[in-house]
Design a binder for this molecule. Sequence first.
Ligand code: AMP
Length: 394
Amino acid sequence: MNSPVLVINCGSSSIKYALIDSDPEAPRLAGLAERLGSSEARLKGKNSAGESFTQALPNADHAEALNSILKRLEGRVPGAVGHRIVHGGEHFTRAALIDENVIAAIESTATLAPLHNPANLAGVAATQKVFPDLPQVAVFDTAFHQTLPPRAYRYALPDALYTKHGIRRYGFHGTSHAYVSQRAGELSHRGAGGWLTAHLGNGCSTSAVWNNQSQDTSMGLTPLEGLVMGTRSGDVDPGLHAHLHRQLGWSVDEIDSVLNQQSGLLGLSGLTNDMREVEDQALNGHPGAKLALEVFCYRIAKSLAALSCALPKLDGVVFTGGIGENSPIVRREVIALLPHFGFSLDKAANEGTTRGKEGRLNSTDHNGPEVWVIPTDEEGRIAMETRHCVESPE
Ligand code: AMP
């Protein structure tokens, strides 16, 4: 398929889009429709000349926003649409051409991702209206982690909770971990061996990848498990929920909201969920910001060390995501906490990384595991999987 792929990431009030050519060097048309359903709804993006635009779309719904996006594609006609779908449960181990059965299977996992999957499906429905003749493909955040062995995906809970209710670890950010681990194998002379990947953005997760297959990951049944994130707590004692309920009288919804929206960097610093500000305030000596940075980095290192157990050998670690790509401080602190792994971070390379550029951060004569920064490209990966799926559906 030579035509471009339109990648759609649909939230409850937003649509992120990118039109991606089969030639990876070709410029992308990309943008974001946001605040849909409100009087402030608008479409922001860039045209092929790289110029930014903002268009007011008062009270537009998803279908209206998609019609406006269509007009911004500068006459280029997509050959397929690739949808980011957050949760594919155990049904989907790879991307799937969307039909009634696939939609029903995605709906059946809605209880596992109540905030995301219904919004993703609303995006599919709206896109089908606007592009009735185009093949539509679902690309799942969870699919890459379907290679996890039972020892990594099972919780030590009664068997029926897994067999009857699907309670297990699924993992997320799959397209990002898949992309950067594959890219590390291409860029490094070590090839596709054992890579630890750290996707550090507003959401954060780590993964252990062996020969391009995910072996373990830090997120679990939901994207709340694992690392400290912008506003998410990551791992806490499972006994905390009962404790907060019994001692403070908090409802399930209150507990859920505190752990998802008021914790993480925001909760620890008392200031912000934005790592740039946390770093600035930590350098100014703010105790909450210093603690937030310290806990954040320690938990990443601890997670990487734990995930190394999933790999027969360790070829390197890859940092990606807004923080992983742009914060020399976080990379330095994390690597400093793993001295027994034999990493050696080149100070100048770590501090001299250029935004958006791939690079190895250890000296070339170093024999230990490598350290890489690789900007993630979830949209490019979704386009690639969409192409494969259209060309060779199962
Ligand atoms: P993402 O969700 O991947 O867009 O990442 C968002 C996170 O990246 C936010 O916490 C930002 O503060 C953080 N970030 C972006 N640029 C930088 C930077 N130069 N230094 C530290 N953190 C950054």
